[in-house]
Design a protein around this ligand. Sequence first.
Ligand code: SF4
Ligand code: SF4
Length: 595
Amino acid sequence: MQGNEAIARALIENGCVVATSYPGTPASEILSGVMSWQKAEGVAMHVEWAINEKVALEIAYAGSQSGLRTAVAMKQVGLNVASDPLMSAVYLGVTGGFIVISADDPGPHSSQTEQDSRLLAMLAKIPVLDPDSPGQAQELVALAFELSEEFQVPVMLRPTTRVCHACQDIQPAPVKKLGRTADFRKNPSRWAATPNFRYRLHLELNEKLARMAAYGPTAPRRLNPGARANKAIVASGAAAGHAREIMKNLGLWDNIPFFQVIQPYPLHSEFTTEILRDFDEILVLEETTGVIEMQLRDRDKVRGKLSGAVPEAGELLPELIEGIIAGFAGVTVPAVPQPPTGGGRRPTLCPGCPHRASFYAIKKTAPKGIYPSDIGCYTLGANLGGVDTVLCMGASVSQAAGFHHAYRVTGEERDVVATIGDSTFFHSGIPPLIDAVTQRSRFVLVILDNATTAMTGNQPTPAVPLAGGVPVEISSVVEGCGVRFCKTGDPLDLPGFTRLVKEAVEFARKDSVAVVIAKSPCLVDRNRPKLQRDQVEIDVTCTGCKVCTSQFECPALVFDEATKKVTTDLLICSGCGVCMDVCPSRSIKPREEKP
Ligand code: SF4
Ligand code: SF4
């Protein structure tokens, strides 16, 4: 199983009956895994792709308040969105076991930060479990439910990309039938606690934390009890898995004591005392911040991120850990030939992706505009010069308003054309749109509606929910926000769509925010039938101007240096036909020979 699938399996095995999520790499496959296992095992559950992480957490938390085992999954930046209810839920506590799965992305591979969710667990004052592999993630889900119910607090599970996406042979365990029914017990002084009660709840939480720091099942594990030395290695998460292998390869496993920390926060109090007492030098390997190191308060003995022995940013790759361990142990690393690096090509939108046409139309219409954008595959519009800023989910709308006001107050006017995906609009684009209307901000918002959450694997959106859901029309929401210009067009009809964006830009210059919904389905959405469209070919009139390859940048168009003309890569051309409207000399035609 993939790590995410193993986590999903473990949730079902341990009696989870409410599971929610908002997709985000590396966590996306957890909820789809839950859906598959639920179906396979015939378990009665509520499984939901929520509109955002905050809503997802609140829904799952209510299930826990009703005495059921529940879980919410998200990527680490999603936890920022969900942190408001999380902080409060920790004080109130839980009834049924409640796991908050926050998947971190050291590197980062596909995130705007490489923040360490364990720091948010410290801030919230909840225990966090840090698996090193898919198999251990399965084990720690069971432990997290027990810990959560034992101390009545939410428990965080923090896998990282390497754990989420690694595959391992996993033995599925039987599905526990807990036989619980929802049983919410009214207790306003707890569930609706006023600030005075919150203070008391905080004191209780501090007391729980002290007990959790002594809870046997989550204590650090000494994995090589025979090793004896005056130095030790402490590691958690994927770094622990790498370190174990590396120590064996370097012949250090029987020499240097190795401790795996399962629960980086709160770090076990007895372990802290003993390790500082028993060893002169301690190397700490963890991703991405020195959470364990911070709690081992002895700067003279502890080597890690805070001491400068381990890099404070980036993923702890095996080759990096190998050098650190070898240096700590005073051994030499045998030279291994490194594979060649480099090559490949930069990421780009798919051939025929409707977003490419939308960016092209925006740039043609407002060439001197500012283009705030958002989180999704359309961020790749940066290659086309159609993306100037990317901050966080929903920020394109508020930033567009911010740019408008910044220029307005200094007496200048500038076109601002923002882009946001359909799923991101629902996630957190609606409040800033209402704000823009009430503040009479003047910009254009192009909602790139491809009817799916494309980047994370085609999860549903509120406009296209799973079977049985009630769809919510984007245009109705936009109009309900008070927007007076809201029109829909197909970006693959480039001339018509360009006219529509122009109309919107003119409206925004004079009046207020204008919204254009660029509606065209994602080409790689597995949930939709593939469209049959005519591929294109280039005729002899091609002048080699490169407009189609450098400005429009469809990867299916290839400039031939020998002939100084463009040809079509028919293996990837999707037949969208937009390039025919891009070519100034009309040299691109529908292909005569049909495949
Ligand atoms: S029709 Fe043109 S723009 Fe569309 S995928 Fe083929 S080459 Fe690219
Ligand atoms: S835009 Fe047209 S003329 Fe220019 S290189 Fe492409 S196919 Fe040739």
